[in-house]
Design a protein around this ligand. Structure first.
Ligand code: B12
Length: 247
């Protein structure tokens, strides 16, 4: 525990929750740099636009939060180029991010940077961040599994110019003893080797992009009709953890 007794960390987490975060926590950027995704991605980036991460020395901590995406609200996850943030869930989280960044500066004097979603445009690996911050752990479905909402959450992050005490990781082992319905649920058998194979998962989601349909703006919370694709959620919905809280 640091000398302030974790008061700042608690205040920041509480503020994120007041602004609508379902879960929130803090990780150290130093730990994030050493996390598995960065090790792999720098050697083998998936997107041509990715030119490596420009870590700024002032960015010491990352605030990461989750928004529950229950099965009953599928639209939160649907993609349209016309929706701010590309899907309604991201739209909500972008606004939360802006409010948190301004609040951090004005109330706590902490300079902060709202992170974009995409890695290739300067985003951070959010599952690794959330694991380190104690929101949950990475499960056998390759997703963050949280004790409170299972995998049915979406993530967002902010870099902060302050050395803060990490709020995680968590002592939680939800996949132990589970017979992996997530693996069996995949329509492309992306877990056939026992581990997640991105190319197979991507095929399914690329097909769903190709099958995008024109939907009325009222469904997506915008004024006009737009082309909408519905990303796959089979591995997520199959996870038995906390289903009752994210139905
Ligand atoms: C590109 C991307 C995709 C691509 C590629 C997926 C991939 N995993 O490579 C595609 C389109 C295929 C995709 C699919 C999906 N995605 Co996606 N995706 C992303 C994005 C933008 C970057 C992920 C990435 O490139 N990872 C890099 C590669 C190297 O890592 P990885 O495969 O994820 O695996 C690493 C981690 O698991 C980590 N790890 C494993 N064990 C451990 C243990 C510890 C201790 C730590 C610290 C880390 C760690 O190390 C692995 C690498 O070795 C993130 C958003 C973000 N900014 O982070 C969302 C994100 C990961 N996706 C998300 C979701 C929900 C999905 C889908 C369910 C589709 C959907 N409905 O949106 C599927 C699920 C696929 C799956 N089972 O992993 C959520 C995850 C939420 C959660 N609960 O975890 C994120 C965070 C976006 C969000 N809106 O919140 N995705």
């Amino acid at each position: 525990m640091n000398s302030n007794g974790n008061e700042i960390e608690k205040t920041i987490v509480a503020r994120a929750q007041e602004l609508g975060a379902s879960l929130a926590g803090i990780a150290s950027v130093e730990d994030l740099k050493a996390s598995p995704s960065y090790k792999i991605y720098d050697k083998r980036p998936f997107y041509e636009e990715y030119k490596g991460v420009k870590w700024r020395t002032e960015h010491k901590s990352v605030l990461v939060w989750a928004l529950v995406h229950p099965a009953s609200e599928p639209v939160l996850d649907w993609w349209s180029m016309k929706v701010p943030g590309f899907n309604p869930g991201n739209g909500v989280m972008r606004l939360q991010s802006k409010k948190l960044r301004i609040w951090l500066g004005e109330e706590l004097g902490i300079n902060a940077l709202s992170l974009p979603y995409q890695i290739e445009y300067g985003g951070a690996f959010l599952k690794d961040s959330a694991h380190l911050a104690g929101l949950g752990v990475i499960g056998k479905n390759n997703l963050l599994v949280t004790p409170k909402f299972g995998t049915r959450v979406r993530l967002r992050g902010i870099f902060m110019e302050a050395e803060l005490e990490p709020t995680g990781p968590l002592d939680f082992d939800p996949c132990h003893g589970c017979d992996r319905p997530c693996h069996r649920a995949c329509p492309r058998e992306a877990f056939r080797s026992g581990a997640f194979e991105r190319a197979l998962c991507k095929k399914e989601n690329d097909q769903r992009d190709a099958d995008a349909e024109m939907l009325d703006g009222s469904i997506m919370g915008i004024a006009e009709v737009s082309k909408v694709s519905k990303p796959c959620r089979y591995c997520e919905f199959a996870c038995p953890v906390a289903q009752g809280a994210s139905r």
